[in-house]
Design a protein around this ligand. Structure first.
Ligand SMILES: *Cc1c(COP(=O)(O)O)cnc(C)c1O
Length: 401
């Protein structure tokens, strides 16, 4: 028994069945967890990562593992990608893409507000290795076009972006870099494949932190890259085998289990986030609310065309954020004051502007003014979970001014 075709199946069916054929020897319906780090072989296999191909049997789990392969298969189907590689974390996936596809003298254009780890990796590590890096506001297609040069080899978008929930126009960006020998990479962690399929909009590679919505339960770290086999081959040999950022099969198994409910969870995340966004927007002490599903979001129209689900991430701004953060740490009952996002549990965290713009984003001039104008002294990033939204609202009422 196995899916003969994925093309005629809906996303709920695929989230459950893709990559999870019953075990051919035991008939086990649920996926096996294969923890073995090595595999008994009956032929000589080269030790070189350069000789890996689709015909290579399982040899060593840093190269490939049966449980991880099932997860990769499921992710590729959901992203409508030819192939997928899983990594130990979202950052292992992101750094692998940049290191494997950028070299000294190449130029990278990247969203100027991204996940802080990505921002620091690009600005510090890549520039140290001789890659030129131009952070730009990627909500502005003209700014992307202006920043693009002859040696631009990669355009990196994060949409929706951390923590302002800015939306980048993937199709518009793809039109700019097409025929330029430049890869378009999209970090789609906040959107998930339920909301957006970047490859169908013209992206070359999609990156996910599986630690967030895709795993969904806050108990396993992982990352993934999806795209054409020709772009992923070098990643498996170079990044997995040599940098070694391989996912634990146990984490792959947990994340695959979480994925079965991804479409259902995303529907509930979106509904709860809309409830909370509306509550916050009508609260007289809240200065700004950023949520792509609100008509007040500056790019709500673009979000409607590019996202089938507005996800569960919102951010908001109020006066005296540090005092509010203190109250959150002491008085919240349901929402955890903690970093990360995309879990069934609601999480909130203050993203302080001074810290972010100085250490991670290094914003200056107009871009700094623009960020301060939106974020003020700091934004509370709220990852709205799957609890009853009435309980979440009561929890916020306990701590808001
Ligand atoms: C969390 C996150 C990452 C990094 O993922 P890890 O699994 O924590 O390494 C990258 N991009 C975005 C948008 C994220 O939210």
């Amino acid at each position: 028994m196995a899916l003969n075709s994925t093309a005629d199946k809906g996303i709920q069916t695929l989230s459950i069945h893709a990559g999870e054929d019953p075990d051919p020897t035991t008939g086990a319906s649920a996926p096996n967890l294969v923890m073995s780090s090595t595999f008994v072989v009956d032929e000589e296999i080269s030790f070189s990562a350069n000789n890996l191909d689709a015909e290579t049997p399982f040899v060593y789990t840093r190269w490939d593992n049966p449980t991880t392969q099932q997860l990769e298969h499921k992710l590729a189907v959901l992203e409508q990608a030819e192939a997928c590689i899983a990594f130990a974390s979202g950052m292992a996936a992101s750094s692998a893409v940049m290191l494997a596809h950028l070299s000294q003298g190449d130029h990278l254009v990247i969203s100027n507000t991204t996940y802080p780890g990505t921002a620091e990796f690009a600005r510090e590590t890549l520039t140290r290795l001789g890659v030129e890096v131009s952070p730009v506001d990627t909500t502005d297609l003209q700014a992307i076009a202006d920043a693009t040069r002859d040696n631009t080899r990669m355009l990196w978008l994060e949409t929706p972006s951390n923590p302002l929930l800015r939306i980048a126009d993937i199709r518009g960006a793809a039109n700019i870099v097409r025929e330029r020998n430049c890869l378009l990479v999209v970090d789609s962690t906040f959107a998930t494949p339920i909301a957006t399929r970047p490859l169908a909009l013209g992206a070359d590679l999609v990156v996910h932190s599986l630690t967030k919505y895709i795993g969904g339960h806050g108990d396993a770290m992982g990352g993934a890259v999806c795209g054409r086999q020709a772009l992923l081959g070098p990643l498996r040999g170079e990044a997995l085998v040599h940098y070694g950022g391989v996912i634990s099969p146990f984490n792959a198994w947990l994340i695959m289990r979480g994925m079965a409910t991804l479409p259902l969870r995303m529907r509930c995340h979106q509904q709860n986030a809309l409830d909370l966004a509306n509550f916050l927007q009508s609260h007289d002490k809240i200065e700004r609310v950023f949520y792509p599903g609100l008509e007040s979001h500056p790019q709500h129209d673009l979000a409607c065309t590019q996202m089938d689900n507005f996800s569960g991430m919102l951010s908001f701004r109020c006066r005296d954020p540090k005092a509010v953060a203190q109250r959150m740490m002491q008085r919240l009952e349901v929402i955890h004051y903690a970093v990360s996002l995309g879990h069934h549990r609601s999480l909130v965290y203050l993203m302080q502007t001074e810290d972010l713009v100085a250490s991670s984003y290094r914003l200056e001039g107009d871009e700094l003014d623009k960020y301060r104008d939106s974020a003020g002294e700091g934004l509370f990033r709220l990852s709205v979970g799957l609890e009853d939204s009435a309980d979440l609202i009561r929890d916020l009422q306990r701590v808001l001014p």
